[in-house]
Design a binder for this molecule. Structure first.
Ligand code: ATP
Ligand code: MG
Length: 413
């Protein structure tokens, strides 16, 4: 077993890294709850069809990034690459499609077979939200405002920018798609090889291409704005008005696409320039066919997912662990008493640590090093009088306190 490493693209969350991660989740959860969202947790693995059906066989995730295997019973299982499909599956299997809207958030590990680099891993974590049963652009604006509030609460308001686009409704998209395919066919020789494949499989994905060659062609491509029908145009206008009403600023970017047929109208990303190529920290949009794909009725929805690792890298202030109380017993009797003192302090919400190794000086040093705010010294003399010696490590003030009054003396209840 010598020299075992974690699998490529995975990492342990320890110390500061874990504290950052948790800070992101706790801050986001708090904001999500103010918007009335409730946490759900679904299995990290699902029947492969949950994802292959819904993400589209030709999407990057399904065609090359999924961790799929046959289990011992011969079922095809996939480690979830994202959580939206599972949430829609859960809405249906828990019989909740008639109790709409459902405002749901989740967080946890996702799995994608990718080329690992900074901000891109094979096991990574997302926190995300889905508003299932979302009628009209007010809800889209609200869900985007909620994302903005989370980023602001994390201190990232100045580090990220919201990029917004509309994908219109299906009819608008079909008209545009035809014009686009005709345009790309005309210039097929100038397309990158990857995009020539996309042209047959999923032409909208070309708009998302990172190839320089494709980018030049895209500048001249038919603009979607010219193909929006009246309903779609109204939705788009209202969305932007509501966002402004929520105080959310944005930049319109026609390159923001989600690539899947059941996405419609709203598509957005919060991006930063601080993470190199991995600049998208949070992405989402409106989708209309997913719940139906899971065997439920048509349920319009809007949602987003954020990469927790990317947010954790950006956050520059993580709250300190609250200071604890060190307990230094001297002697066998005192050590027994220390156990009950520690218990009482912990039950009152204090972090308490019993120091038993070395002489008094060594024990004191360890307490100071732990960053404790106070030390409680338990000696035989003190015990005989039912008191402890309480020292404030900040002010260096020292006094005897009755055992029964210790919690109160520390400012606890
Ligand atoms: P990209 O274009 O970076 O591959 P994506 O479109 O695949 O992103 P989504 O499926 O929209 O990403 O996931 C939402 C968010 O989850 C991303 O914006 C990003 O912050 C995070 N994310 C996605 N894949 C990874 C990964 N492999 N490692 C870390 N974070 C990731
Ligand atoms: Mg990806």
């Amino acid at each position: 077993m010598a020299g075992l490493q974690p699998p490529r693209g995975t990492h342990d969350l320890i110390g500061e890294t874990m504290r950052r991660h948790r800070h992101v989740v706790e801050t986001a959860s708090r904001v999500l709850e103010t918007y009335g969202f409730e946490e759900w947790s679904t299995p990290v693995f699902e029947d492969t069809r949950v994802f292959s059906r819904t993400l589209g066989e030709t999407s990057d995730v399904v065609s090359k990034e999924m961790y799929t295997f046959e289990d011992r019973g011969g079922e095809s299982i996939t480690l979830r690459p994202e959580n939206t499909a599972s949430i829609c599956r859960a809405l249906v299997t828990n019989g909740l499609t008639q109790t709409l809207p459902q405002k749901v958030f989740y967080h946890g590990p996702m799995f994608r077979y990718e080329r690992p680099q900074k901000g891109r891993y094979r096991q990574f974590h997302q926190i995300g939200a889905e508003l299932l049963g979302a009628e009209g652009p007010l809800r889209d604006a609200e869900v985007i405002a909620m994302a903005q509030d989370i980023l602001t609460a994390l201190g990232l308001a100045d580090d990220v920018a919201l990029e917004l686009n509309t994908l219109g409704d299906l009819a608008s998209r079909q008209a545009w798609r035809e014009a686009l395919v005709a345009y790309f066919r005309q210039h097929e020789d100038a397309l990158s090889e990857e995009s020539r494949i996309r042209l047959d499989a999923n032409p909208l994905r070309i708009l998302d291409s990172k190839s320089e060659q494709d980018r030049r062609l895209l500048d001249e491509a038919p603009a979607f704005a010219d193909y929006l029908n009246d309903d779609s145009r109204r939705f788009w206008d209202e969305l932007r008005n509501f966002l402004t009403a929520f105080g959310v600023t944005f930049r319109e970017n026609p390159r923001i696409v989600r690539g899947l047929d059941y996405y419609s109208h709203t598509a957005f990303e919060f991006v930063t320039t601080k993470l190199g190529a991995q600049g998208t920290v949070l992405a989402g949009g409106r989708y209309e066919g997913l719940v139906e794909q899971m065997g439920g009725p048509a349920v319009p929805a809007i949602g987003w997912a954020a990469g927790i690792e990317r947010l954790a890298l950006l956050v520059d202030h993580v709250p300190d662990v609250p200071a604890g109380i060190g307990i230094v017993p001297m002697g066998t009797e005192a050590t027994l008493a220390a156990a009950s003192v520690a218990r009482r302090l912990r039950n009152s919400g204090f972090r308490a640590e019993i120091e038993t190794r070395g002489n008094v000086k060594k024990r004191m040093e360890r307490v100071v090093k732990s960053g404790a705010s106070h030390v409680v010294v338990l000696g035989e003399d003190e015990l005989a009088r039912d008191v402890v010696q309480l020292r404030d490590l900040q002010t260096r003030e020292q006094k005897d306190v009755a055992l029964s009054a210790l919690v109160e003396a520390l400012g606890g209840a």
